[in-house]
Design a protein around this ligand. Structure first.
Ligand code: HEM
Length: 128
């Protein structure tokens, strides 16, 4: 692992697959319990969790797992069937912030991670 932060991916810095998995596994129960988000998701959350682990792996600079299995992410398009409001984007990011805290991700890394997710979250907003 390269100690120079500028050349090390966020994926590596956060601890790779095991930590990303713990993050996503802490995140979805919060999503399911959230009144704005929970109703949008299927009861069987496992398949969504697995796709999210694959997607965030590549989004944070790791191997291209999502694309290899599911093709081009087209994430905004994939969210079009669901009513994504600004309030829901806020809620999604809050769940991620809480999940990062719950798994004990260092504050500096959690801050970088949240900053990276903010742009896509608001980009997926597709209704008022
Ligand atoms: C802005 C608020 C967001 C809402 C309300 C939302 C909601 C959803 C919903 C309802 C699904 C479909 C679940 C199903 O399979 O039935 C989904 C899938 C997914 N979301 Fe989001 N999402 C949001 C933000 C994000 C962000 C910021 C990312 C990553 C940067 C993301 C990544 C994904 C991925 C990877 C999937 C699986 C796509 C697939 O089916 O292949 N989402 N999301």
């Amino acid at each position: 692992m390269n100690i120079d932060d500028s050349t090390t991916t966020l994926y590596e810095r956060m601890g790779g697959e095991p930590v990303l998995r713990r993050l996503v596994e802490a995140f979805y129960p919060k999503v399911q319990e959230n009144p704005l988000l929970g109703p949008l998701f299927p009861e069987d959350i496992r398949p969504v969790m697995e796709k999210q682990i694959q997607f965030l792996t590549q989004f944070f600079g790791g191997p291209m797992l999502y694309t290899m299995e599911h093709g081009h992410p087209m994430m905004r398009a994939r969210h079009m069937p669901f009513p994504v409001t600004r309030e829901r984007a806020d809620a999604w990011l809050s769940c991620m912030r809480e999940a990062a805290r719950e798994i004990g991700l260092p504050d500096d890394l959690a801050g970088i991670l949240l900053a990276r997710l903010q742009a896509p979250a608001y980009h997926f907003v597709n209704q008022e």
